[in-house]
Design a protein around this ligand. Structure first.
Ligand SMILES: Cc1cc2nc3c(=O)[nH]c(=O)nc-3n(C[C@H](O)[C@H](O)[C@H](O)COP(=O)(O)O)c2cc1C
Ligand code: SF4
Ligand code: SF4
Ligand code: FES
Length: 618
């Protein structure tokens, strides 16, 4: 069905809305990657079967709908029964008959499937009442829980493609650029470059054809917000790209998505096909003079291919290696033509801004950073998942209120923000509002929004080693200082964790960090020293303890830890001896036990097994 003009889009929107406004119940089954991994497909099939067998499909339930990621993936599979919004977590296929009997037929709530607040112990019926969701402002992820990502009709019925229609009908390209500039939107891919200015530069660049690209590479360890957006609401990204292309004067777009995201690839490819069928991509969109089409290119999954010039090389079929800038892609990008690259989340912001206006948008956030930001909250935190909050929200609100604090009553040590290019914010800075500028001041970076919470059992030298290892593997090797420098830095950090480094090694590490930062060509090398520099900035004494005292204060670096048993605390229960895989623990029943240092492989099982705190790690 090709929509020939804006009137036809509006008519379709109205009729779809009428169809969906019936009061019948419907069941949303999350079909994001996280929930699918924990069995959502069989839950979906169980609903279909149960409703069919009981003949309830027409009488009681209008549909069972697969929807996008709700962000709380660790508690999947998630289902919600509408219109009551009864929300169940960790649902198994065997729960389905009871759900149908009680919740679908009689609107009764099954207590055992509800969310239990870990702080108050209370059961919560609706997602909107769970602190994890209640305190968020979900604009980018807002539609995910109720939208079927495989249905363009579902997107259209919620006002989808109205922003594109508005732009084509009422706005010149210059007006669109002005609106985006006024909104204050900055790129969500890391550096936070003002989006409107980038669009304007590409529009003004000479030559053509021009291209727009969606960067869906998302290679940062722990980050999955772009994946969830593309999986859960692919049309919002395509609509944003079409608006951007109109403003810039581009007629072709590319979604560059890593092949390790098969569901995102499937859903976005399907969305492109549907948008073409409806005439929302292709020639003379909605009867206008504007023609624009999108193709999907799959990346092989190299972190450096997220760097824009490497991404361009990869799309062109060359080795995904960065090149010197300038010229910037906005002047000389894909096939040497002006190219505008934006991140998934940046594109998904565009329809919101056009629909609700720059004035509305610029009221959200801080003076320098507008709108919301999606963070992937992971690590030592009770509620892991995707968190969308207005820019300027404090880290402490995210960690303690939305994230529910740290498990086991452990103390917060720091938060790694922005993946390998970012840095660590120490616990005493968690009241700082999070935005592009405050993070930079603290020596970190927004990056794409990875947020790893670390407790007192985390060794900051070990963390620096982890990121250096990752970056060493991912460096393309073009610049000597990146190729060799990261390796030398890793050697030095490893020496520190093994208790074999001197203070001279620490000075050398700092000197090298400065050289790698200043002499490499692309952002990977420029930011590679960040994990070292930011841990040194806030946790220098921990490096010194490894070097001078040959101790790992967090008890993580194996070479520096010794397990021993405190005789006055040991009850002689024998639990540790049973658990030790090496037979390194001996002792008579009800008498203090001892660990043989020769046999001990420092696995730490005794430490976690002992209920009396008798095993000492130091
Ligand atoms: C090593 C490296 C990896 C990057 N990975 C990504 C990525 O996965 N996704 C992304 O949008 N930007 C990534 N970037 C930033 C992009 O190069 C580019 O700045 C961004 O896509 C621009 O979009 P924005 O203005 O919307 O942020 C990366 C940069 C570097 C240096
Ligand atoms: S800085 Fe590193 S990743 Fe970037 S171009 Fe140079 S060698 Fe390659
Ligand atoms: S588990 Fe603890 S209390 Fe029991 S024997 Fe081992 S050290 Fe002693
Ligand atoms: S995939 Fe279901 S909540 Fe994320």
């Amino acid at each position: 069905m090709v929509l020939k003009n804006i009137g036809e889009l509006e008519t379709l929107q109205r009729s779809l809305r009428n169809e969906h406004s019936e009061k019948k119940k419907w069941v949303a089954v999350c079909a994001g990657t996280g929930c699918l991994a924990s069995g959502a497909e069989s839950v979906f099939a169980a609903f279909e079967k149960e409703l069919k067998e009981r003949g309830l499909k027409k009488t009681h339930v209008s549909m069972v709908k697969p929807t996008g990621c709700r962000g709380f993936c660790e508690r999947g599979p998630h289902i919600v029964i509408y219109p009551e919004e009864i929300s169940y977590q960790k649902v198994m296929p065997q729960d389905v008959p009871e759900i149908v009997e009680k919740s679908v037929k009689k609107s009764e709530v099954i207590e055992r499937l509800l969310y239990t607040d870990p702080v108050t112990g209370e059961k919560v019926v609706r997602d909107t009442e769970i602190p994890f969701y209640k305190l968020q402002t979900r604009l980018i992820l807002g539609m995910n829980p109720t939208l079927d990502p495989s249905s363009i009709q579902d997107y259209i019925s919620r006002g989808g493609y109205s922003a594109l229609a508005k732009v084509l009908n009422k706005m010149s390209p210059e007006m669109v650029i002005e609106e985006i500039k006024r909104s204050g939107l900055r790129g969500r891919g890391g550096a936070g470059f003002p989006t409107g200015i980038k669009w304007e530069t590409t529009r003004r660049a000479r030559g053509g054809p021009k291209y727009v690209v969606c960067n869906a590479d998302e290679g940062d360890p722990g980050a999955f917000m772009n994946r969830s957006t593309l999986e859960g609401n692919p049309h919002s990204v395509l609509e944003g790209m079409a608006i951007g292309a109109y403003a810039i004067g581009a007629s072709e777009g590319i979604v560059y998505v890593r092949n390790e995201y098969p569901l995102a690839v499937k859903n976005v490819e399907n969305a492109v096909r549907q948008a073409r069928e409806y005439g929302l991509l292709g020639k003379n969109i909605l009867g206008s003079n504007f023609s624009f089409d999108v193709s999907v290119v799959r990346g092989a999954g190299a972190f450096v291919c997220g760097e824009e010039t490497a991404l361009i090389a990869s799309v062109e079929g060359k080795k995904g290696v960065p090149r010197q800038r300038p010229p910037y892609p906005s002047e000389e990008g894909l096939w040497g033509r002006p190219t505008n690259i934006n991140n998934v989340e940046t594109w998904a912001n565009v329809p919101l801004i056009i629909n609700r206006g720059a004035d509305w948008y610029s009221k959200l956030g801080t003076p320098g950073s507008k709108g919301t930001k999606v963070f992937a909250l992971v690590g030592k935190i009770n509620n892991t998942g995707l968190v969308e909050v207005p820019m300027g929200t404090t880290l402490s609100k995210i960690i303690y209120e939305i994230g529910g604090g740290l498990p086991g009553g452990k103390k917060l040590k720091g938060v790694q923000i922005g993946g390998p290019s970012g840095g660590i914010i120490p616990a005493d800075k968690v009241n700082v509002p999070i935005d592009y500028d405050s993070l930079k001041e603290l020596g970190a970076m927004m990056g794409s929004g990875g947020m790893v919470v670390m407790d007192e059992d985390t060794c900051m030298v070990d963390i620096a080693k982890y990121f250096l290892k990752f970056l060493l593997e991912e460096s393309c090797g073009k610049c000597t200082t990146c190729r060799e420098g990261i390796e030398r830095m890793l050697e030095l950090v490893t020496k520190i964790t093994e208790g074999e480094a001197t203070e001279a090694d620490l000075s050398l590490l700092e000197e090298l960090a400065g050289i790698v930062r200043d002499t490499t060509m692309c952002g990977l090398g420029n930011t590679a020293p960040n994990p070292v520099l930011s841990t040194l900035r806030y946790f220098r004494e921990e490096y010194l303890a490894h070097i001078k005292e040959k101790k790992c204060p967090a008890g993580v670096c194996k070479a520096l830890i010794r397990f021993s048993i405190e005789p006055d605390k040991c009850t002689g229960c024998g639990a540790c001896a049973k658990a030790c895989p090496q037979g390194a623990i001996s002792g008579e029943k009800k008498k203090p036990h001892a660990i043989s240092l020769e046999k001990c492989i420092k696995c730490g099982i005794c430490y976690t097994t002992c209920k009396f705190g008798a095993v000492r790690r130091g």
